[in-house]
Each structure stands twice: as structure tokens, then as C-alpha cells.
Design a binder for this molecule. Structure first.
Ligand code: ASP
Length: 326
């Protein structure tokens, strides 16, 4: 049964108020939602093998990004803006495998993947194998909002997006500094994902990554593939991290969302089945997902790892950051 929620959006009024406070990356698009008190944000920064490997700086980063996202949601920002703003901060930090901190392929250069999905409209945008974009997630947003397409790839896709105003770094070889040397890699690999439920009751999801070290030139992972990593609809928003090949082959996040919807099982049950039994037991790979429901349920599931670096907060839960799953 689909429940239609009433949603109040006050354009302009909210923008005037918000321009005094925290500016959004896409401030001109800010819609102010106030239809419900409930809101939730959940972030992952990759799978983790040893909790002691997560640095204080990474912990602090996640804490501050979650806190800012929670404040934006409380003020009524749209979930899509919150997801994008949070991912931009993570990409700019140099502390995760996305944006500035991206790992390089075996030929020694970055090919970044990212995607974004608006659960309310069903629209998505994605980029793959981007070599110069400062913020791949802004490339994904531009694909979604400025073109009739859903996925742009490689140098020609990048050129089109730069033509549409997406920022490229002038010297990628010096701008991108891998978050850690591949041999010291603590995460596999520090991909980031954000899901949010706003006060309109709308969901959004996004994922961004440099992929994992040792990937061949031209390889594309699951992070820009809708339904493999990023997925959002009116009920659920999800993002994944782990061995992308298997996430693509199993349409992991789409499968979880549809199992929960069609089988009537809980989101946690659907996630645990796909992650533990399909990816873990059958495929024998590592991986993790984050997911939230339109009712604010927070779900984390991981297999063959200690956990995933994650952070969350909601209208009723304080900022919480950790590695091991609850
Ligand atoms: N899923 C990413 C990829 O396969 C990597 C990761 O999340 O660790 O590119």
C-alpha cells in the first residue's frame, strides 16, 4: 500500500532565511520542507577490516558531515541537496576514496565514478571513468538535471559536462592524492555514500568513488550503476560499497529494495539476505550497504569485513559514528 504524504514546499521564503545561515551547494534549488518532523541521514565511507585503522581525522570528518546534514534536514532542506552537499564535503576532504582522495588505476590516473537518485521523481544521474572532475557527484547531478540522459562516461562525457559548467581540476596528477598507499589500504576502499529522508518525506541517495586500487584502466564499478550501488524510490534509499563487479551482477540495492517491497519483509531482513547469503556465502566477496526507509528505519549490513565506517543522525537520534554494526 502506497501512502501519499502531504508535502509543504515554500520556495523563496526558505531561501531568504537560509541564505543567512548555512549555504547549500545548490542554494538556488533549495526547497523548504516542513510537512513532517521526521528526518534521517545515514552515511558510509567504505568497508573496514580493522576498526583501529580508521583515523581520528576520518572519524571527525564523518561526525561533522553528519552533523551538518542533520542541521540542513532540520531546517527543511530537500534530501537531494543534503546528499549532494555531504558528498561534496567528503570528496573535497582528501580523507576518503572519492574526489580528492581517489585511488588511481593501474596506469596511474584517477577514473572516478558517482551517481545520484531522487526517490520522489525516480530521476537519476551518473558519471563513470571521470579523469578531471573535482566533484564527480556534481557531474552526476548535472547529468540528472541538465541533460535528458542518465549516464555519461569517459573523456567525451567529461568534456560535455565541463561544457555544462561542471568544474574540472587543471592538474589532476597533483590534485588527486590517494587517501592511502594501496599497500597500506585500510578500507576497501573508502567509497562514500549518503542516503537521506527529508521533512517532505522524500528520499535521495548518492555514491562516489575512485574505485579500488589495482583496477584496470577503463574499468567501471557499481557506484555509478543505479540499482547496483545507488538506489532510491518513494520507500527506500540505499548506497553500497564493496566489490563492485558482484554488486552489478546481483543488482544489489535494487534487489534489496524490491524484496522489502514485494515480499513484505523488513528492510534489514532483505538487506541481510542479499548481503550475507548472496554476496557473502555464494559470491564470497566483501561488501556493505546502508539503507533507510521512508519511515526513518536505519539499516546497515556488511559481510566478510569488520563493518563499514558509518555515521547517522535523525530528528530523534544524536550524531553517531562507528565501524562495527549495531
Ligand atoms: N564499490 C567500489 C567499486 O567497486 C569500491 C568500494 O566500494 O570499495 O568501484
Amino acid at each position: 500500500v502506497k501512502i501519499t504524504r502531504l508535502c509543504a514546499i515554500y520556495n523563496g521564503v526558505g531561501l531568504a532565511i537560509l541564505s543567512l545561515g548555512s549555504p547549500a551547494t545548490f542554494a538556488q534549488n533549495v526547497n523548504i520542507c516542513a510537512a513532517q518532523d521526521q528526518y534521517t541521514v545515514l552515511i558510509h565511507a567504505g568497508t573496514v577490516y580493522d576498526a583501529d585503522d580508521v583515523t581520528e581525522a576520518q572519524d571527525d570528518l564523518l561526525r561533522s558531515v553528519v552533523a551538518e546534514a542533520r542541521d540542513e534536514l532540520a531546517q527543511g532542506f530537500a534530501s537531494l541537496d543534503v546528499v549532494v552537499n555531504a558528498i561534496v564535503k567528503l570528496e573535497d576532504s582528501g580523507l576518503v576514496d572519492a574526489g580528492k582522495g581517489s585511488y588511481r588505476n593501474t596506469a596511474g590516473f584517477v577514473e572516478a565514478d558517482a551517481s545520484l537518485m531522487n526517490g520522489e521523481t525516480g530521476r537519476s544521474g551518473a558519471v563513470a571513468a571521470m579523469q578531471t572532475l573535482k566533484n564527480p557527484i556534481l557531474g552526476a547531478r548535472t547529468v540528472m538535471e541538465e541533460t535528458p540522459h542518465v549516464l555519461f562516461v569517459g573523456p567525451t562525457g567529461e568534456e560535455t559536462l565541463i561544457g555544462l559548467g561542471v568544474e574540472a581540476v587543471p592538474d589532476p596528477a597533483s590534485y588527486f592524492v590517494p587517501v592511502s598507499a594501496p599497500e597500506e589500504m585500510t578500507f576497501e576502499s573508502g567509497t562514500v555514500g549518503v542516503v537521506a529522508l527529508d521533512r517532505c518525506g522524500h528520499l535521495a541517495a548518492g555514491t562516489s568513488t575512485g574505485g579500488y586500487p589495482g583496477k584496470l584502466p577503463g574499468r567501471v564499478g557499481d557506484s555509478p550503476i543505479i540499482g547496483a550501488s545507488t538506489f532510491a524510490d518513494r520507500h527506500y534509499a540505499l548506497s553500497a560499497t564493496g566489490k563492485g563487479e558482484n554488486f552489478i551482477q546481483r543488482s544489489v540495492t535494487l534487489d534489496i529494495a524490491k524484496r522489502a517491497e514485494y515480499q513484505g519483509v523488513s528492510l534489514q531482513e532483505a538487506a541481510d539476505y542479499v548481503v550475507h547469503e548472496l554476496l557473502g556465502d555464494i559470491d564470497q566477496v566483501d561488501g556493505a550497504i546502508i539503507a533507510i526507509s521512508w519511515e526513518g528505519e536505519i539499516v546497515l549490513s556488511a559481510v566478510n569485513v569488520v563493518g563499514e565506517l558509518h555515521g547517522y543522525a535523525s530528528n530523534s537520534i544524536d550524531v553517531t559514528v562507528g565501524v562495527e554494526l549495531p
